[in-house]
Design a protein around this ligand. Sequence first.
Ligand SMILES: [Zn+2]
Length: 130
Amino acid sequence: MESVSDKISNLVDTITNKSGNETLIRQRKAEESKKTRKISAENAKKRRVIVEKKKRAIKDSLEIRKKYDGLMFLWQQKLIESCSSLSLEQAVRYLSVTSYDEVVIERNTQNLCGYPICQNKIKVRLISFS
Ligand SMILES: [Zn+2]
């Protein structure tokens, strides 16, 4: 049979253990939230680095685009004035279907054959519907 003092002693032990566990749990939680905070700070830093890289990539690609458009315009000018087949070969690397069409249209408005290496004038025929 347990004596009253044993019961008290057991209860004290239980409470002490329990509060000891709670302290331990609290400590672990604190450590974990510290870790979590550290991880989210690291993630935020990583995200900032990624955003910066993306911004730089967009800026670079815009600059490349601008240079490319400039080159495309220069080649268009060259083709409109007539050029060698070698120049045409080089030019097609910088021209899109649309920008080449613009060359053909521009040459036609100057009564030139649309084919940039051809020097012929186009014959304007007036069609009469009678
Ligand atoms: Zn022609």
